[in-house]
Design a protein. Structure first.
Length: 137
């Protein structure tokens, strides 16, 4: 703020450490967004955070499609990982003195950290509900 002779309470700045417009980065974001949208569109919310409901007759197709998204995301993440040094060098050039190597992991992991999945608990709960009510849920 001092460099601009401005009140520091009225000034803010953000340092983008990666070019989020890079095609590899955008592809990862696209796949994640599509998978998340599909998950929300095909399931219903449940009061427990992170848990969603899915009709049993859609389970096989849903699981298959999520598997496709998982593979697409893994492929996109590997492509981003292969471009990482180039993206990092471009950041070094564009950020100049603001570039800090500590902001960047040595090698990003191509493995997705979190991904919606169908658990056995969901299958067991649905079966128990069906047994109690005599009708599928």
């Amino acid at each position: 703020a001092r460099a601009f002779q401005a009140d520091r309470e009225l000034l803010s700045a953000t340092k983008l450490i990666l070019d989020t417009k890079h095609p590899s980065f955008r592809n990862v974001a696209r796949v994640r967004s599509e998978a998340s949208g599909y998950w929300r569109a095909e399931t219903l919310p449940f009061p427990e955070p992170g848990v969603r409901l899915l009709p049993q007759n859609k389970l096989t197709g849903f699981d298959a499609r999520m598997g496709q998204f998982r593979q697409e995301l893994l492929d996109a993440a590997r492509e981003l990982s292969s471009q990482y040094d180039q993206i990092k060098n471009e950041a070094r050039r564009r950020l100049g003195a603001l570039f800090n190597p500590a902001d960047y992991p040595t090698t990003p992991s191509p493995e997705p950290r979190r991904y919606p999945r169908v658990t056995q608990r969901a299958h067991a709960a649905a079966a128990a509900s069906e047994d109690r009510c005599g009708q599928p849920t």
